[in-house]
Each structure stands twice: as C-alpha cells, then as structure tokens.
Design a protein around this ligand. Structure first.
Ligand SMILES: NC(=O)c1ccc[n+]([C@@H]2O[C@H](COP(=O)([O-])OP(=O)(O)OC[C@H]3O[C@@H](n4cnc5c(N)ncnc54)[C@H](OP(=O)(O)O)[C@@H]3O)[C@@H](O)[C@H]2O)c1
Length: 119
C-alpha cells in the first residue's frame, strides 16, 4: 500500500494555500502540518472567527515560527459568504497554489440554506 506521511510533504516555499474547515478535525491537522513546511501563507477558512482564532493560536503554540496562518471568513452554506470570501482573497493574493476543499458535514439532519439549497 502506498503511504503518504507528514514527513513526505515537500518544501512549500512561496506557496499560497487555502484549507476550508481548517478550525477542526482533518482541516485543522492539515493546516498544522502544511504550515510547518514553509508556505508563504496558509488561509484557514472557517465560518467562525472565534473558532479560527482559537485554532490558529493552538497551532502557533506548537511552533512559534508559524506566523504564516491567516483567517479567511467563509460559510459554505451561504453563496453570499462564498462570494465575499473570494473577493477578500483576491484583494490579498495574486495566486493560489493549493486549495484543500475539506469543509463538509455528514450524517446531519436534512435542511435548507437561507438561499434554499440542501444544506
Ligand atoms: N472523518 C472521517 O472519517 C470522514 C470520512 C469521510 C469523509 N469525511 C469528510 O472529510 C471532511 C473533514 O472531516 P472531519 O472529520 O475533519 O470533519 P469535522 O471535524 O466535522 O470538521 C468539519 C469542518 O468543516 C467545517 N464546516 C462545516 N460546514 C461548514 C460550512 N457551511 N462552512 C464552512 N465550514 C464548514 C466545520 O466548521 P465548524 O467547526 O464551524 O462546524 C469544520 O471546520 C468533511 O468534509 C467530511 O465530510 C470525513
């Protein structure tokens, strides 16, 4: 079986990264590991600034050199929020090297977003 471990992550010098749902679970761990491989910036996209700030602080506490993690406000259940996040990102950066579309839900109750899409 092919394995990919954190030690296999290459040097990410100069790269710009977005991880959606970066405040918890697999997204949090991805931000933590990728940020330690020298990217220019890594955007922790989350719908809660409070949760994102807490996650960033926790990750930075493990490695004081990690000043490359930024919060990007993004609620994927709102197309208005998606548009605003894209605009925010385009104001800040001219390139995107890695997009990790991690945020998601499963086994939750049925429901609709404010715009009428299945949650
Ligand atoms: N773990 C598994 O065994 C497994 C298996 C198959 C697939 N997956 C998929 O892998 C991904 C990560 O899984 P996980 O276990 O790490 O999940 P998790 O711990 O529940 O984390 C999900 C992340 O997605 C975010 N999120 C959910 N809805 C969002 C929205 N509308 N806008 C922005 N962010 C939103 C959550 O933010 P909040 O903290 O604000 O809720 C959280 O940061 C998910 O897409 C999941 O469906 C996981």
């Amino acid at each position: 079986m092919v394995e990919f471990r954190v030690q296999d992550i290459p040097d990410l010098d100069g790269q710009i990264i977005i991880v959606t749902g970066g405040n918890a679970g697999l997204g949090y761990e991805s931000v933590k590991q990728l940020s330690a491989h020298n990217p220019a910036r890594i955007y922790l996209a989350a719908r809660s600034k409070e949760k994102a700030d807490k996650a960033i602080q926790e990750i930075q506490a493990t490695n004081s050199k990690l000043d490359n993690i930024k919060f990007l406000e993004l609620d994927l259940a709102s197309l208005e929020s998606v548009k605003a996040a894209a605009a925010d990102f385009l104001r800040l950066e001219t390139r995107l090297d890695i997009l990790m579309n991690n945020a998601g839900i499963m086994m939750t109750a049925e429901g609709l977003t404010a715009e009428g899409h299945e949650i």
